[in-house]
Design a protein around this ligand. Sequence first.
Ligand code: AMP
Ligand code: FE
Ligand code: FE
Ligand code: ZN
Length: 282
Amino acid sequence: MGYVDLHCHSTASDGTLAPADVVRAAQESNVTALSLTDHDTVAGVADAASVAASLGIEFLPGIEISCRYPKPGTLHLLGYGVDPGSAALGELTRKLIRGRDERNVRIVAALQEQNVAITVEEVENVAGGDVIGRPHIAQVLVSKGYVNSIKQAFNKYLAPGGSAYFDKEVFSPADAIQTVLDAGGVPVLAHPVQLRCENSAQLATVVKNLVDLGLQGIEVIHSDHSPQDIDQMTDLARRYHLLKTGGSDFHGGNKPGIALGSANGRRVPREWFETLRARVKR
Ligand code: AMP
Ligand code: FE
Ligand code: FE
Ligand code: ZN
């Protein structure tokens, strides 16, 4: 049957491996099917798809869209099987990238005011593509010796509560779900633990509201999910008739300790990929 990985990042967003190298790494991890889900872009899926075809790995184009949600939570929407040429998706990603660029300028200015000497150009140079995020800023902070790790860069400067944190302009979950649907994709809620709901009733309400907007799946297996989280998301999938998905959320060196094909020691069954792919085709 085999195992799959339906959540990973490349240099098209904030991963450190090029799209083609992510696919090669997936093959080395004995993954038989893969979806590349870069933040706010599908720029990497063409390269990944062609290498996957040459290696005999099945591939589903994907995206992970940052959505509006009250802090301290974050809401990320996965879109599987989207058409990379979709005009609606192109418009959304362009706006999201512009929102990131505006935020990055503010973050760098705040850091400079704190006598942290980094520039937007340095940040752009470590990013491989158009989607530039906080992990790239963190990489520069590490390489210039201002912090010892990506984690420390977030804690001190870049996470909410850090001294250089700013929001970026994003869309509502309703708009993101509709855009994924317009692009022919299947909308799936990523890593529900990151919503940071206070209890299971609150999480169920959030999921129900998303289902009413068109959500079709929920990420059950993820590197941030404990066995109890997996049970909880499995229950929600059953309750709301949602597809189950899973993946590592591999980012290469930007998330040390996360390997492709494995989420906190768990592997994602190939059957979940087959069911998802069947839904995409329908
Ligand atoms: P951005 O897309 O610029 O808002 O940055 C969000 C990305 O930063 C996430 O997708 C993760 O890859 C990473 N990230 C977020 N919070 C942390 C954290 N506390 N430590 C390390 N990486 C983080
Ligand atoms: Fe990321
Ligand atoms: Fe995410
Ligand atoms: Zn991710």
